[in-house]
Write a protein that binds this ligand. Structure first.
Ligand SMILES: [Ca+2]
Length: 528
């Protein structure tokens, strides 16, 4: 069973009233460059004019009186030595580990209150780092969200509308930028940006292995090494090791973690900063857990045992990655980011009883677990209520590493979250955009301008799967205060006409900028 296409397309049948002349949002979102080097005290390195040295023993001018033989030179040299020591040892660049689950819903963690599932390692991570209470995926399906992480741009800009839709080769990925900055880069697990849905058997050769001649393989998009699959994969998978199919034994998350850890250990031994992208294929259907992982849920139905067992393997894998970083003594300056790629697909417990699910723009389809750990930058744990997105990963990682993108493709849709990591910013001023652009006509869109979330449909339609019971009228415009009404039950549109008008115009302007991107306006003429 494949990662299914969007299900909301039936909502609209007419063209959205887009203003093609509108301009997009401001794009002053580029990272500011390397983080400031912090020293324990201010140092002034001014040491006066340099002395001119001459081979001619005859001075050209009368000598200046020599300074008295005091201790000053020694103190001065000491200060210069200390200062030079700081200058010669800039803050090391952090390693980056981006971990993602596949279809894990907002409710699918212990720390978010799941009644049955056990996630001790995610709970520990949530307690020690930054726990996002409002983390959103850029899209309600996998490939589009993966594109957003790679680029910091909404996937609609480059046509990655739906599962299996390819990323545009001209896009600049975080892997390419960090590779150019001297990072080692590795991808492990599900890729799903190469335009293939992985229809082959997951366990028989060549399985869902990404092959060497794939023009959109991880290797072609900035990864030095990769052990990757087209789409989700399960027990005993076949993966492509740098394009060569290879059969593995065991749980898919364990296999992915084994390969990621080999890469991390090699790079740590070489003292080279690295980007490790670890994208699990779980808990996507089909649910196939190891007997040992099912055992903790033995009193529950078999289907639950397999679903929770897959998540237990994901949880264990996160624990193994964190433990290895500590064993290698690199955990302190490693930025580890964990999230899911879209909302839950396994019922109300999976979505935490939010409205909708995977495949919809309701909170259940977009709000997911999100965690960051980076002790060197985030020394104390905190819970964030600021809405943040997978769109923010690209600009944040560039800012964190100091990597500068040459010929950045604009506009970006995400923001640099380092000020939020530093607790300097607690509110988001940029709206988060959502748009189901798949299908014959662009459909359901949403505009999250905290705490208000606007929903628009091109035309009022009748009920659609997952979002409303069949036959129930869908208003063309809806407005919810998701801070007070996270389940989107009370439509405020009739009470807030001015807000609706302003947000609708902002959404339409953003949609117009997306259409310009789709037409190729963001790429150099030679690359279109
Ligand atoms: Ca997914």
């Amino acid at each position: 069973m494949n990662d299914g296409p969007a299900t909301d397309n039936s909502l609209g049948s007419a063209n959205a009233p887009l203003s093609m002349g509108a301009t997009g949002p401001t794009t002053s979102l580029l990272p500011p460059g390397a983080p400031a080097v912090k020293t324990p005290f201010p140092i002034c390195l001014r040491a006066g004019r340099p002395r001119r040295l001459s081979n001619n023993s005859t001075p050209t001018r009368p000598r200046q009186p020599r300074p008295p033989p005091m201790k000053t030179p020694f103190i001065f040299l000491l200060l210069v030595t200390v200062a030079s020591g700081f200058a010669a040892a800039p803050t090391p660049r952090p390693n980056v580990v981006l971990i993602m689950a596949d279809d894990q819903g907002w409710g699918d963690t212990g720390y978010n209150g799941h009644p049955e599932l056990k996630t001790p390692h995610l709970d520990q991570l949530a307690a020690s780092g930054l726990r996002f209470n409002r983390f959103y995926t850029a899209h309600f399906n996998c490939s589009p969200t993966r594109g957003s992480i790679m680029t910091g741009r909404h996937p609609d800009r480059y046509g990655t509308f739906s599962p299996g839709a390819p990323i545009r080769a001209q896009e600049l990925t975080v892997a390419r930028v960090l590779q150019s900055a001297g990072y080692a880069t590795g991808h492990f697990g599900k890729w799903h940006l190469n335009g293939k849905n992985g229809d082959r058997n997951t366990t028989a050769l060549p399985g869902r292995a990404i092959l060497a001649n794939d023009p959109l393989s991880p290797g072609k998009l900035g990864f030095d090494e990769w052990v990757s699959a087209d789409n989700f994969f399960d027990l005993d998978p076949v993966l492509g090791r740098n394009g060569v199919p290879e059969k593995f034994q065991g749980d898919s998350s364990d296999v992915t973690t084994d390969e990621a850890l080999k890469f991390i250990r090699r790079r740590a031994a070489a003292a080279q900063p690295f980007l490790a992208v670890v994208w699990f294929g779980s808990p996507h259907v089909p649910h196939q857990a190891l007997p040992a992982d099912k055992a903790a849920y033995g009193a529950l139905p078999e289907a639950d045992q397999n679903y929770y067992g897959e998540l237990t393997a994901v949880d264990r894998s996160v624990g193994r990655l964190r433990a290895a970083l500590r064993e290698l003594r690199i955990a302190d300056n490693t930025l580890l980011w964990y999230n899911s790629d879209n909302g839950g697909n396994a019922g109300p417990k999976s979505t935490g009883n939010l409205r909708g699910s995977k495949g919809t723009l309701w909170e259940g389809g977009l709000r997911v677990p999100g965690l960051v750990e980076w002790p060197a930058r985030i020394p104390r744990p905190f819970v964030s209520e600021m809405p943040c997105s997978t769109l923010d990963i690209y600009p944040t990682v560039l800012a964190a590493t100091g990597a500068v993108a040459q010929n950045q493709i604009l506009p970006l849709d995400g923001i640099n979250l380092l000020p939020h990591f530093d607790r300097q910013t607690e509110t988001r001023t940029q709206a988060l955009p959502f748009w189901n652009h798949a299908g014959a006509q662009p459909g359901h869109a949403a505009w999250l301008e905290w705490p208000y979330k606007l929903h628009t449909h091109p035309v009022a339609a009748r009920g659609a799967k997952k979002s409303k019971p069949a036959g129930e009228p869908i208003p063309a415009v809806q407005l919810y205060d998701v801070s007070k009404d996270p389940k989107e039950t009370t439509d405020l549109a009739a009470q807030e006409p001015a807000r609706v008008a302003r947000m609708t115009a902002a959404l339409a302007a953003w949609q117009a900028s997306v259409e310009k991107s789709l037409a190729g306006a963001d790429y150099p003429a030679a690359a279109r």
